[in-house]
Design a protein around this ligand. Structure first.
Ligand SMILES: O=C(O)[C@@H](CO)OP(=O)(O)O
Ligand SMILES: [Mg+2]
Length: 399
């Protein structure tokens, strides 16, 4: 019934205006699924490879499509993803591209759900998944690789930990984003937006902390539930491996100073969440910081790159208390779910995430619900971000 009869691949635009891969899959009984690959700007050194979309499509048409069409069932996600791996023949998808692989993997899941007449989260999560929906982390001020002349820290996130529902949390994050805009205007600071729709003002990190703290306080008062702050430091982007220091606009910090600095920020601003506070090779430094903080989730993104081998390394030394899960970092939904399961078995919190370059694709909203992930990071505003957030609202209505 879910036998794949046709795979179509094409180049479409992503939110940065770059070409990315879109896949469409049709099954024997007429089920249909469409999905597109996102792309990162602050990519981890150990991510799977995504060549230019045109090259990835040509390679996937040559190597992967003939192995799947007429031979593999879309409802059997593991077989689809195994066929993609076998067709590629490398560890990092450097033959067909992680962009081709992930779009085919996600399109297959959608085609299977359509054939079976089930919502995607239900197909992926099964009948016995939990009934909690993820809390969205909303990017409200950002810089780093996502915007020029803005903050050193890549993302200042609203974390509506007290929200009674995912829908309330989505609206709270948008309200914090709006409040940040108003506070910046009051201060006479002009602000454009970065790649993910967060404000990208030309201010230092210290001022950004003040502005976001004022905005989360204001909105928390209005909505009547707690809204904390979180960060994605994306520290690998500021680490100078030759000199062994983190380069900030106004100073530099040694790895020990960086640990101290982030631990102090966590304390001062009651940070609920800090992603990539240290370089992507520093498993030991991550472990030291995780040990230092009590209430703050320390999350590995570039550190783990959704890769179970790197996650195992981190688990051995207690590097982190959370893992960011991005399907395109590893190339298939099966690999992403394996990372979630290994994390949960070992007490780490999975956070399902978008990339800075996105499309209208909503698969990650379904993946987060299907895997019972406590958090999803997918921006606060901007169409390619609200596509996922609005899907979460729809899921909450029916789940
Ligand atoms: O670092 C990150 O977590 C992501 C998404 O916010 O950015 P990018 O997709 O550029 O890696
Ligand atoms: Mg990150």
């Amino acid at each position: 019934m879910t036998l794949v009869t046709e795979i179509r691949l094409r180049e479409i635009l992503d939110s940065r205006g770059n070409a990315t891969v879109e896949a469409e899959i049709t099954t024997e009984s007429g089920g249909f699924g469409r999905a597109a690959a996102p792309s990162g700007a602050s990519t981890g050194a150990h991510e799977a490879t995504s060549p230019p979309a045109g090259e990835a499509i040509a390679a996937a048409r040559e190597h992967a499509v003939p192995r799947i069409e007429g031979q593999v069932y879309a409802g059997d996600q593991r077989s689809i993803d195994a066929a993609l791996r076998a067709a590629d023949g490398t560890d990092d998808f450097s033959t067909i591209g992680a962009n081709s692989a992930v779009s085919i993997s996600m399109a297959a899941a959608k085609a299977a759900a359509d054939t079976l007449g089930a919502p995607l989260y239900q197909h992926l999560g099964g009948a016995f998944r939990g009934d909690e929906l993820p809390t969205p982390l909303g990017n409200v001020i950002g810089g780093g690789e996502h915007a020029a002349d803005a903050t050193d820290i890549q993302e200042f996130l609203a974390v509506p930990i007290g929200a009674p529902s995912a829908t309330d949390a989505v609206f709270a994050n948008a309200a914090v984003h709006e409040a940040v805009g108003e506070i910046l205007a009051d201060r006479g600071v002009p602000a454009a937006k970065g790649d993910e729709g967060a404000w990208a003002p030309s201010i230092d990190d210290e001022e950004a902390f003040e502005v976001v703290a004022a905005a989360t306080d204001r909105v928390a008062d209005e909505v009547g539930f707690a809204i904390s702050m979180g960060l994605d430091v994306a520290a690998a982007e500021m680490y100078d491996a030759d000199d062994g220091v983190y380069q900030y606009s106004d100073t530099e910090r040694t790895p020990d100073e960086q640990i101290e600095y982030v631990a102090e920020l966590a304390d001062e601003y009651d940070l609920a969440y800090v992603e990539d506070p240290l370089d992507e090779e520093d498993f030991a430094g991550f472990a030291e910081l995780t040990d230092r903080v009590d209430e703050t989730l320390i999350c590995g993104d570039d550190l783990f790159v959704t890769n179970v081998e790197r996650l195992e390394r981190g688990i051995e030394v207690d590097s982190a208390s959370a893992i960011l899960v991005k399907p395109n970092q590893i190339g298939t939904l099966s690999d992403a779910v394996d990372a979630v399961e290994l994390a949960v078995e070992n007490g780490l919190t999975p956070v399902i995430s978008h990339r800075s370059g996105e499309t209208e694709d909503t698969t990650i909203a379904h993946l987060a619900v299907a895997t019972d992930a406590p958090f999803i990071k997918t921006g606060a505003v901007a169409g390619e971000r609200t596509a996922k957030l609005n899907e979460l609202i729809r899921i909450e209505e029916t789940a």
